[in-house]
Design a protein around this ligand. Structure first.
Ligand code: GLU
Length: 308
């Protein structure tokens, strides 16, 4: 089919973008299945991107393990896998455009120097603006920040409703190029989503607090703003998000159909009780035919089955 025909029909392009910091756990499977079924149920494409831009957090072999697990669960993605580690030139380009527009400044502050500053919603420190109007005498830039102007950014999340944030007041000027020379996740994700033509971002609600920053960057870079849907994040009995830090178990690959049905139930889709017994292909077919974003519970965190 020609690109024009796709554009005419408003082709939906979704994606799953795991960070290879450990094996897939129940929480990552939620984002994978939710993003995939949303795109597929609209006749759209679903792309896969390995977010290995933050190299110190990457675990050797984890990315390959994630790809194998996704295949085992019957996921099929369109096109080649995109690796952020190979995308430095695109991030540099976007950074240079922002720099040319006067939106970037060098910052000498260390984490310790900012330890007293207020906490933003996502737990990071609000930048107090120390280097905004020039570096203090005899200090060198460590990181580079985006100059954020006051004003509210808002969007209608397909699950969480209307979200609004004054990024300048809440987060302040945020880092785009880190002190260790790596581009920040916020920049990388925006550049990659735009280049891939992503029209909808379906991911965990732990990233809801990043979205207004990302929309701000999309506007500054003249990128289209995708539709967003933030799914409940899976937590353990202590209410902690499943992650490597909270020792989330890798998904059990022995019974992929049963686990996908559990994810469907977690996402409020009410799969029939005997669906898993019909096999993996039947679970996928049911998911594609019955997916409804409207049924996804509107909460940011929800206990995962098996973690009571
Ligand atoms: N790489 C991020 C994660 O694994 C997801 C980023 C995104 O979906 O925008 O938490």
């Amino acid at each position: 089919m020609s690109l024009e025909a796709d554009a005419g029909r408003g082709l939906v392009v979704g994606r799953f973008a795991p960070s290879p910091s450990g094996p897939l756990h129940f929480g990552s499977l939620v984002a994978a299945l939710g993003s995939c079924l949303s795109a597929r149920s609209q006749g759209g494409q679903w792309l896969l991107r390995i977010e290995d831009v933050d190299t110190p957090r990457c675990v050797p072999g984890a990315a390959e393990g994630i790809l194998r697990t996704l295949e085992r669960f019957g996921f099929e993605w369109d096109g080649p896998v995109v690796w952020q580690s190979a995308r430095g030139a695109a991030y540099r380009d976007a950074f240079a455009r922002l720099q040319a527009a006067g939106r970037i400044f060098g910052c000498a502050c260390t984490r310790k120097e900012m330890a007293d500053s207020a906490l933003a919603r996502d737990g990071t420190r609000r930048y107090p603006g120390t280097c905004r109007d020039g570096l203090p005498p005899s200090r060198a830039a460590r990181a580079y920040r985006l100059r954020v102007e006051p004003g509210t950014v808002s969007f209608d999340d397909r699950v969480q409703g209307t979200i609004a944030e004054d990024v300048a007041a809440d987060v302040g000027d945020f880092v785009l190029l880190r002190a260790d020379g790596l581009f920040a996740y916020q920049l990388a994700v925006v550049v990659d989503d735009a280049e891939a033509g992503i029209t909808e971002v379906v991911r965990g609600a732990d990233l809801l607090d990043s979205t207004c920053r990302q929309i701000l960057l999309q506007r500054l870079l003249d990128f289209p703003v995708p539709v967003y849907a933030h799914l409940p994040v899976a937590c353990n009995a202590a209410g902690e998000k499943l992650s490597k830090q909270t020792l989330a178990r890798a998904v059990d690959e022995a019974e992929p159909a049963r686990l996908l049905v559990e994810v469907l139930a977690f996402l409020g889709q009410c799969p029939p009780a005997d669906l898993a017994a019909s096999g993996l292909a039947a679970v996928w077919a049911w998911g594609r035919d019955n997916w409804s974003m409207d049924k996804v519970p509107r909460r940011r965190i929800q206990p995962a089955p098996g973690y009571a």
